[in-house]
Design a protein around this ligand. Structure first.
Ligand code: PHE
Length: 359
């Protein structure tokens, strides 16, 4: 009996040794400790033994049972842990790997700059107005004090539509100034608006495209003078170009709808590689402006002896080129995805509206 037990033990431990997966261990457990297992059979045999024999073999068989059971469980645990370890290793995520790129659209620099400019003026109490791209002669020229048949009309290289039956011709607006007229004929002063939008002239080179963008400003209030105009423009330019102060220079100019009229230059520095706004000894032409001409006020039914006002017109495309270092205007409207990805702005993550987040 003793040899029986010893042999069985040797045999079972050898099997345990070579059982390398959970199934083999389970088979071993059933074969040894299951209902009809070899160790269970020995245990059953104890019943038919004399008390002395039972005293001798009982502890041995029970000891074997417990030991085998413990060893099988321990080995099972080890196998499970090793399997888990292997899985963790193989399924490890390398967070330093580059993410799968997600193609997203971008905000065009023109739209970004419209947003920035409108926001700055909105902060100064200006409302945002829009007008139609297809205008008539009255709003684009006549009410703005362009004399009939005057060469000033040619200076805009206008795109005209086919004449209609009554002989009048619609046109693509050559500037955003018609929105001045549309506002003054529909609202009573005080008026304080900016009007962003598309404008059209027959022109095409590195800094001109047939379609371009302007933002118009108009203020009509009692007692408004050029000092207000200058203050508003300086405040705007400093905020737009994100500088402490933007000194400006007013050069006399001529626009039919303002008197006096001026072109405004902003202080800049061209000595380095990059153009810097706000410092330096150079000047950069940036916009046209002036005090609204009494004839324009009259054409809109506003008494020029009571109300004064100023107006200004800014080229948005030029502002975008200056602020974001865009060399050629024509690329802006070619819809080249590579260009848009380079110069476009992140749609939803702009940290502030006045200075967008580049992609
Ligand atoms: N409308 C003018 C232009 O396009 C700009 C301008 C606007 C000038 C308002 C003076 C006042 O050239």
């Amino acid at each position: 009996m003793t040899t029986n037990i010893d042999e069985l033990e040797t045999q079972l431990f050898a099997q345990l040794e070579s059982a390398n997966d959970e199934q083999a261990l389970e088979d071993l457990r059933v074969n040894a400790l299951g209902k009809k297992g070899s160790v269970s059979e020995l245990l059953k045999g104890l019943g038919g033994m004399s008390p002395e024999q039972r005293q001798e073999f009982g502890p041995k068989v029970n000891g074997l049972k417990t030991k085998l059971n413990d060893l099988i469980n321990a080995k099972k645990n080890n196998l499970q842990e090793a399997a888990l370890e292997a899985r963790l290793l193989s399924e490890r995520i390398d967070v330093t790997l580059p993410a799968t790129p997600r193609r997203a659209g971008s905000i065009h620099p023109i739209m970004q700059v419209f947003e920035e400019v409108s926001t700055i003026f909105a902060d100064m109490g200006f409302a945002v107005k829009e007008g139609p791209d297809i205008e008539d002669d009255f709003h684009n020229f006549t009410a703005l004090n362009f004399p009939e048949k005057h060469p000033a009309r040619d200076m805009h290289d206008t795109f005209f539509m086919q004449p209609s039956e009554d002989g009048t011709r619609k046109l693509l607006r050559t500037h955003t100034s018609p929105v001045q007229i549309r506002t003054m004929t529909s609202e009573k002063p005080p008026i304080r608006i900016v009007a962003p939008g598309r404008t059209y002239r027959c022109d095409f080179d590195q800094t001109h495209t047939p379609m371009f963008h302007q933002i118009e400003g108009l203020v009509i209030e009692e007692g408004v003078h050029m000092g207000h105009l200058k203050g508003v423009l300086m405040e705007f330019l400093a905020r737009f170009f994100e500088v402490e102060e933007a000194a400006v220079r007013f050069r006399p100019h001529h626009f039919p709808f303002t008197e006096p009229s001026a072109e405004v230059d902003v202080r800049c520095d061209r000595s380095g590689k990059e153009l810097k706004i706000g410092t330096g000894n150079d000047w950069l032409e940036i916009l046209g402006c002036g005090m609204v001409h009494p004839n324009v006020l009259r054409a809109c039914g506003i008494d020029p002896d009571v109300y004064q006002g100023f107006a200004f017109g800014l080229g948005i495309d030029r502002l975008a080129m200056l602020k974001y270092g865009i060399p050629d205007l024509r690329n802006m409207f070619e819809s080249d995805v590579r260009w848009l990805e380079h110069f476009g702005f992140e749609a939803f993550f702009a940290p502030s509206i006045t200075s967008g987040l580049s992609r």
